[in-house]
Design a protein around this ligand. Structure first.
Ligand code: ARG
Length: 459
């Protein structure tokens, strides 16, 4: 296919170099944005009388046809062109001849690729925001459905204090809400039109950038032509907030793997989200959760790839930057699939209420509650902490559990203990006692669910 820059060259490009430098195999994904950007550019060139209106119309008509042929799978993008910009221009030339050559007036592939990527990412960011929102709705519905379920809360993966299962789930609601907000915030920085920066310095033609921004639905226009063509911050930011999102998903993925193991047996994942073993007939493996956990690695990798590509690059455009696309696509695809699958997986899982409750029998997880009981009677917390440490030692030595202690035994530790102390030893009252904002009592969890529903409705 004809090059866009052949004039200055005496020799044709080395074949290996051609392959090595070509980006068509992966920038063809941007074809629709490239054509839409070209249509807007041509319209502006016509309006500003930089080319004749009839010429602009001819170009636009042919580009529109190309777009609809591509959308209806009637036109295939072959890999002979160097990049998608060359492919579109070559196609246009085949259709309308030399007039096609007027399209690239006041434009460079440098501002063109930055435009295509921004258009692509605006769409992806919206899709991802919606996918996260759906996921949050799943979390909300399971939290509401399981308000009665209690479970051990952990620190260091050791039983710490009893909590509501819904409280645990809602922690993820808020984690993913921060993720969603990060994508919403990033959107503002993607939504800036780079077109009109040309190669690096701007252009001597009297272009109307505001008009192009309007046509393409951009809210802002880039302020510095060098920055506009050499900036990939919006992609880096997308990759880094995606990495944080995946880190969150990997934590939930890990919990699902743990909870569905025989040792925990807190949940059962739906058959449709698990696979079996080729050798052990009894196996049901939580592969989807494992893979979401595992794919976090490639998303982190994509961020490091682009950070490294961009490091120390002198202004303005450098060909190194062509390496930005594959990590970008890969991350966009991976996070969308992972969030969507996680949402479906938690919606279909069975919650083993009895197992969760049983796991808390005799686990000493209300010891802090008893210490607090003494504090409320006037004992300094440090003293109560030490005293309860002794109570636990006593239980371990005498093979007793906290719940087995009689009032007489308790009283032997301190005179503050009264009949009501025996209630405090139980799990459910301990949960209900955590009635401060953000705490795990039923009231507070319900309140936080109501807050969360407001957040969802506002979006
Ligand atoms: N394929 C290039 C990229 O992805 C497009 C911009 C090319 N510009 C250039 N001067 N070769 O970055």
């Amino acid at each position: 296919m004809e090059k866009l820059w052949g004039g200055r060259f005496k020799k044709s490009t080395n074949e290996e170099v051609e392959k090595f430098t070509s980006s068509i195999s992966f920038d063809k994904k941007l074809v629709e944005y490239d054509i839409l950007g070209s249509i807007a550019h041509a319209r502006m060139l016509g309006k500003c009388k930089i080319i004749l209106e009839e010429e602009a119309e001819k170009i636009i008509f042919s580009l529109n046809k190309m777009l609809s042929d591509i959308q209806r799978d009637k036109l295939e993008i072959t890999n002979e062109a160097e990049d998608i910009h060359s492919w579109v221009e070559n196609k246009l030339k085949q259709e309308i001849g030399d007039i096609s050559g007027k399209l690239h007036t006041a434009r460079s592939r440098n501002d063109q690729i930055a435009l295509d990527e921004r258009m692509y990412l605006k769409e992806k960011a919206k899709e991802i925001i919606n996918t996260i929102q759906d996921f949050q709705k799943s979390i909300l519905s399971i939290s509401k459905k399981n308000l009665e379920v209690i479970m051990p809360g952990y620190t260091h993966l050791q039983h710490a204090q009893p909590i509501l299962f819904s409280h645990h789930l809602m922690a993820y609601f808020y984690m993913f809400n921060r993720d969603k907000e990060r994508f919403q915030d990033l959107y503002k920085r993607i939504d800036i039109l780079p077109l009109g920066s040309a190669a690096l310095a701007g252009t001597s033609f009297p272009i109307d950038r505001k008009y192009v921004a309007e046509l393409l639905g951009f809210s802002k226009i880039s302020e510095n032509s060098l920055d506009a063509v050499s900036d990939r911050d919006f992609i880096l930011e997308f990759l880094s907030i995606s990495a944080i999102l995946m880190m969150h998903l990997s934590r939930l993925g890990e919990e699902l793997v743990l909870w569905s193991s025989k040792e925990f047996d807190f949940i059962e994942l739906d058959d449709s989200f698990c696979t079996g073993s080729s050798i052990m007939p009894q196996k049901k493996n939580p592969d989807t959760a494992e893979l979401i956990r595992g794919k976090t690695g490639r998303v982190y990798g994509n961020l490091i790839t682009l950070l490294t590509v961009m490091k120390s690059l002198p202004l303005a455009y450098n060909r190194d930057m062509q390496e930005d696309k594959e990590p970008l696509y890969d991350t966009a695809k991976t996070i969308k699939e992972s969030v969507s699958l996680m949402s479906k997986m938690i919606k279909t899982m069975q919650v083993n209420k009895i197992k969760m409750e049983e796991s808390m029998l005799n686990d000493f997880s209300t010891t802090t509650e008893v210490a607090d009981y003494l504090v409320k009677k006037g004992m300094p917390f440090r003293q109560a902490h030490k005293l309860l440490g002794n109570v636990v030692l006593y239980c371990l030595k005498n093979k007793k559990f906290l719940e087995d202690l009689t009032l007489t035994e308790l009283k032997s530790f301190h005179k503050y203990f009264q009949e009501d102390a025996l209630e405090i030893l139980k799990t459910k009252p301990a949960i209900q006692a955590k009635n401060t904002i953000g705490g795990t009592s039923s009231n507070k969890v319900l309140e936080s669910i109501t807050e969360a529903e407001k957040i969802i409705r506002k979006n």
